[in-house]
Design a protein around this ligand. Sequence first.
Ligand code: FAD
Length: 401
Amino acid sequence: MKQQILIIGAGFGGMWSALSATRLLDKQQRLDVAVTLLAPQAELRVRPRFYESDLATTVAPLGPLFEAVGVQFIQGSATRIDAAGKRVIYRNAAGAQAELHFDRLILASGSQVARPPLAGIDRFAFDVDSLESAQRLEAHLQSLSERPNSLARNTVVVVGGGFTGIETATEMPARLRAILGDKADIRVIVVDMGKRVGSAMGEQIANVIAEASDTLGVTWRLGSPVSMVDEHGVMLDDGERIEASTVVWTVGVKASPLTQQIDGERDAFGRLHVDRNLKVLGQEAIYATGDTAYAAVDDQGNHALMTCQHAIALGRSAGNNAAADLLGVEPTPYSQPKYVTCLDLGGWGAVFTEGWERKVVLTGQEGKALKTEINTKWIYPPEANRETALAAADPLIPVVA
Ligand SMILES: Cc1cc2nc3c(=O)[nH]c(=O)nc-3n(C[C@H](O)[C@H](O)[C@H](O)COP(=O)(O)OP(=O)(O)OC[C@H]3O[C@@H](n4cnc5c(N)ncnc54)[C@H](O)[C@@H]3O)c2cc1C
């Protein structure tokens, strides 16, 4: 029987893990090890684009790619990880329980928005975290055109002025106008606990975010958290009420709940601490990658963020190193010292920064051209061709955006 490298998740981390593990097995000419990937769908859902209105192009099929490189895909959802017994229990496509054995496991089940227990939030707040929730938001926005003109109908409140909140809010004026018409008196309000516009993103980039917000007519309500959401708007902690038929929640994120099933230290987001080869500390056969891994990117004390920029490189390392461990060859320690940010700012353009302090390098339409390139090409899967796909999975290829 073949030895098994099992990967849970078909996101950036999981897809690149599968390709890089296969690449190393190919290089070592080892036909006695199989790579199997378990996920609800054989598709890469491009989460960084879920704040857009056209969601059809945010899903890339992975079936032909897996077939081309020889990765076995199993449709299902993992429910239990038995580390001692080296088994993963899962619900298959027909809803029945089944199990898979592993010699090395790579956990790549990602993350999700962490909604706090606020009154009305689950019933009335939208988000852009998953394909399904982004589709719900888009359907709701489309339905606004059937409602009579009102302040609430024309208002979108975006809760949270971090990366996702800013991208969602700055795209919203164009989305609303496309639905309600150019003459509609629209309002887009970011509710954020910070003291300055964009302060969560750092000093330099904050000025650019403020300028883009002004140009687009996106306003910020600073200094108070939301205390309640209902069908007609939000209440803030300081007593203010904002009328809005659309509330989009973007605050907080947590690692996949599967991380809780593995003994090990976790960070505040629930990510598992891993060593430089991305093996979970204290585990013999389990690796974590993408948004489930708390991984050092350099020797300066910086750690990977929950971004696809990091998940791609973490995936290429985790797959390679899980395979190397099994084969008894030298691993390639994960290292990603370069950090950049490319933040979409809707009709204003985008801002590209370099470094952990986010030094502004490109703005406006120049930034937008780069953002479009990243979001429509660079982060998509390689073509379904064995040679090029495996070459693209080399863990030493730097990820620069
Ligand atoms: C609106 C938005 C904008 C963003 N913008 C950016 C950006 O501009 N730049 C950037 O770098 N990052 C951005 N991100 C973050 C980025 O999308 C994530 O960091 C990235 O998707 C993480 O990749 P991953 O592979 O770890 O997890 P995911 O992409 O979340 O993939 C997880 C995979 O695991 C599967 N899975 C989950 N649970 C199970 C289970 N129980 N069993 C089997 N499979 C399971 C899922 O179906 C999926 O296939 C953005 C995210 C959002 C939501």
